[in-house]
Structures are given as structure tokens and as C-alpha cells.
Design a protein around this ligand. Structure first.
Ligand code: EPU
Length: 431
């Protein structure tokens, strides 16, 4: 499927942020921890949720989706093997904990790397082993067992990985005894998962210094929970508004508290926004100025904001430096931006001050953007979800026509993106 975009149109009006992809999918997995019904409100209708639905159904869930409400109930785990998925995302590895907790056994596919880096799950596996799981790996699957059940433990994560933190939490809430996770990720989506689990009966709290404390309980119950707004969607729409002087977009349901670092970065480059009770209005600017960004774990500048912000920096005056410290290969989309008229050079050196795991390993994880450069439309092929949205943003602010292929990747994380952009005045057609 592709999008045909005639760029440069004025984008004005309101766009509502949907529920967070990276919370919704994890909450579906969390629902596997109970035999009672879980109701997720503000549920996004996106490709990744469909893939996760398939996963849950495969192990025994009954799933009903009405509008933006998802009802999911798993009376029994009828199958501990996640072996028949028709499509892949990164969620199955998170099902290890709930499946082990309910059946003592689990089998999930090996995920392999993707277009933003090798994405290993070694930290997930170390944590689950510390909780007592025995895990063996063959060519395609992780086979896990905990015949005596999982037992609480003190776990230090070598890196505050989002997925490894979630995996450990999901495994520890029904484990026997206490778990302390040190150096955990503390992203808003994780805090929200903790809130949901607490409502389900888990005893769990966050301490200072990236610590999470969990006291295992015997049983969890059903819950009704409203999913937090997607801060990555909010940043995508904010960047689209700011990147063209004619634009003015109110991002309804964008939460200032989840966007503090982004909003500071916007202010530093001279972007204007106004926080209102029910969202944030972003104003297109013609006099943005360059600045430097280093991506980091929360509360730092998020890696998923890097791509939309680079588009903004192509429209800013001067030289900006971006140091990507979370993923080693997240600049692949830049080649296309340069073909559209941007002036961006990619380097394997660390061009920043944050300690970085990629120092000296030759990975292209720093970029220098010189601007402002007008962009012109062209044919583009989507690389991954966030880069795809960056392509679309670039096409919308560029002069002329762009054809963007592979938009299924964008649909994985953005509900009815073309329909919603059209309501702002975008000239976009899906074919
Ligand atoms: N890492 C390891 N070993 C592990 C786990 C992670 O080396 O066992 C490394 C990764 O290779 C990566 C870094 O740690 O370099 C961060 O990975 P993390 O585990 O924090 O990320 P994730 O859980 O795989 C989630 C989001 C990503 C988002 C990152 C960072 C989901 C489904 N995905 O991924 O979102 O970029 O956290 O915030 O929640 C997206 O939405 O498009 C997306 C990629």
C-alpha cells in the first residue's frame, strides 16, 4: 500500500492523540495474568494491537473490540506455545512471564533484529532466569519452564531497557516473595502498566533511583483501565505543525507531563506552543534555530522523537548535532531526506557527551544537520514505523508530489493516519 502526498498544504485544526501503542500492547499481555475480564479504554486501532490480539487469542484469550474499547478475558491458558503468529512484532517475548505464572511453561518466537538495530533480549532473559525460569533456545524459539513457580529476586538490569523492565514486572507480580528491580526503565508507559497491575491486585511501587519493588501475590483480578495518550503520536503531530510556517495544529489529549523534554527542545529552537487544558497547540515557525539533541532513556529526549525532530532541524537555521544513544542504527531514513534536499551527514563517532554503548563500534549513530533546506517531494520507501512517519512528515511539508511505499509499517502505530491528516487539510491519498 502507498500514500500519494501533494506537499506544502497548510495544515490547521485539531487532531486527537490515540491511546499509546507501547502501553496498549503491554496491557493486553498483562491481562493474561488474570482469568477475569480486563477492559482497556482509549484503545488504539493499529496494526501492532492486531498482532498482539492474535498472540493473546493463540494462548486462549477471548478478545472483543468495540470502537476504542477492548475487552479481553483469558479464563484458561489453552496453549503455552506462541508458535503460529502470522505477523511479527516485539511483544511475544513479554508473554513469557504471564505464561510461566499461569502454566509453568512458555514458548515464544525468537525476535531477531530489525531495521533500527540488532535488538537483543539478553537482559530480559537474564532477569527471568534470576526469577527462577529455565530458558533454552533453539533456532526459532525460547522454551521456558518454571515447574516450581517463579521466585522473587533482586535484579540489576545492565541497561534500563523498557522491554526488560516490563518483562520482569510481568513475571514478578505473581512470583513468590519480593522482587527489587534496579536500574529499571521508568518511561510513562511503564508507570501506567504499574498502575493497571496495582488495580488488578499487584503490590508494586516505584522508588527513587530507578528502583521498582514488587511483592508477589497469589492471584490478580480483572480491571478497567484507560490507556494514556500516545506521546510519540503527539510528538509526530507537534513536529508536523512546527515544521511549516503556515501550520497551526492543536494536538488534543497531548500531556505536558509526558512531553517535558520535548517541549524544552522545541523552545530551545524557537518553536512556539501553548499548553491548554485538553491539549497543546503548536504553531508553525519560519525562524527556527539549530540546536543539539542527545537521545536517552526517560526522562531524557526519547529515541522515537529523534526522527520527527530531525525533520524540524532541517528547517532550522544553523548546524544541529544529534547523538542517538539508544539504538545503534536509527538514521537509515536520512538518505531519503538528503535526496529530498536536506543536508545531513551521519557519523559513527559519538558527537555528544552522554555515555554511549556504541562508542568505537563503527555504528552510524550521530548526525549533523545543516539548515534551513527546503524539501521537495519524491518517491520514498518506509523503513520502520517512526522513520515512516518522518517520511510522511517530510512529504507533507515538502513542495511537490511524493509517493510513499510500505505504509503498512506506519499503520502499525498510527490509527487512520491519512484520514486524520486529511481533516487538517493534508492532500494525501491511500492506494
Ligand atoms: N537492549 C539490549 N538487551 C535487551 C534489551 C534491550 O541490549 O535485552 C538494547 C536494545 O537493543 C536497544 C536498547 O537496549 O539498543 C533499548 O531497548 P529497549 O528494550 O529499551 O526498547 P524496547 O522495549 O525494545 C521500546 C519501544 C520502542 C522504543 C524503545 C525505547 C515497544 C514495543 N517498543 O522498545 O518503540 O523506541 O522502547 O523507548 O514498547 C516504536 O514504537 O516504534 C519503538 C521502536
Amino acid at each position: 500500500m502507498k500514500f500519494i502526498v501533494n506537499g506544502g498544504k497548510k495544515l490547521e485544526g485539531e487532531i486527537e492523540v490515540r491511546g499509546s501503542k507501547n502501553a496498549a500492547t503491554k496491557m493486553m499481555v498483562a491481562s493474561l495474568l488474570t482469568d477475569e475480564e480486563c477492559v482497556l479504554e482509549n484503545f488504539p486501532r493499529i496494526g501492532d494491537a492486531e498482532i498482539t490480539k492474535e498472540l493473546c487469542e493463540l494462548v486462549g484469550s477471548e478478545v472483543k473490540n468495540e470502537g476504542h474499547i477492548l475487552r479481553i478475558k483469558t479464563p484458561n491458558i489453552t496453549n503455552f506455545r506462541v508458535t503460529q503468529l502470522s505477523r511479527r512484532n516485539r511483544i511475544p517475548i513479554l508473554a513469557l512471564g504471564p505464561l510461566l505464572a499461569r502454566t509453568g511453561k512458555a514458548e515464544v518466537p525468537i525476535l531477531g533484529g530489525d531495521k533500527i538495530g540488532p535488538r537483543p533480549v539478553d537482559i530480559h532473559l537474564e532477569a527471568l532466569k534470576a526469577l527462577g525460569a529455565r530458558i533454552e533456545t533453539d533456532e526459532n524459539y525460547y522454551h521456558a519452564e518454571a515447574p516450581q513457580g517463579l521466585k522473587g529476586a533482586k535484579i540489576h538490569l545492565r541497561y534500563p531497557s523498557v522491554g526488560a523492565t516490563e518483562n520482569t514486572i510481568l513475571a514478578a507480580v505473581l512470583a513468590k516473595g519480593q522482587t527489587m528491580i534496579e536500574n529499571s526503565a521508568i518511561e510513562p508507559e511503564i508507570v501506567e502498566l504499574i498502575l493497571m497491575l496495582q488495580k488488578m491486585g499487584a503490590v508494586i511501587e516505584t522508588g527513587s533511583d530507578r528502583r521498582i519493588y514488587i511483592e508477589g501475590v497469589n492471584k490478580l483480578k480483572g480491571v478497567s483501565h484507560r490507556i494514556l495518550p500516545d506521546r510519540n503520536e503527539a510528538v509526530s503531530f507537534a513536529s508536523l505543525a512546527l515544521a511549516h510556517p503556515n501550520n497551526r495544529i492543536k494536538v488534543v489529549d497531548a500531556r505536558q507531563s509526558d512531553l517535558i523534554t520535548f517541549l524544552n527542545a522545541v523552545r530551545r529552537i524557537g518553536g512556539e506552543y501553548k499548553v491548554e487544558n485538553d491539549g497543546i497547540v503548536f504553531f508553525g515557525a519560519s525562524n527556527l534555530s539549530a540546536n543539539n539533541i542527545e537521545t536517552d532513556t526517560h526522562p531524557g529526549f526519547m529515541t522515537d522523537w529523534q526522527q520527527p525532530f530531525v525533520i524540524l532541524l532541517t528547517q532550522a537555521k544553523g548546524t544541529s548535532i544529534i547523538h542517538e544513544t539508544v539504538y545503534e542504527d536509527r538514521f537509515g531514513y536520512i538518505e531519503d531526506l538528503n535526496l529530498m534536499g536536506a543536508n545531513i551527514k551521519v557519523f559513527s563517532k559519538c558527537l555528544g557527551e552522554l555515555p554511549c554503548r556504541f562508542a568505537g563500534n563503527g555504528q552510524p549513530h550521530s548526525a549533523v544537520v545543516s539548515g534551513p533546506t527546503p524539501l521537495s517531494g519524491r518517491n520514498l520507501k518506509v523503513r520502520d514505523l517512526r522513520a515512516g512517519m518522518a517520511h510522511l512528515t517530510a512529504a507533507l511539508i515538502a513542495e511537490g508530489k511524493s509517493v510513499i511505499e510500505g505504509v503498512e509499517e506506519i499503520d502499525r502505530g498510527y490509527e487512520d493516519i491519512d484520514g486524520r491528516l486529511k481533516s487538517l487539510g493534508a492532500d494525501i491519498e491511500r492506494r
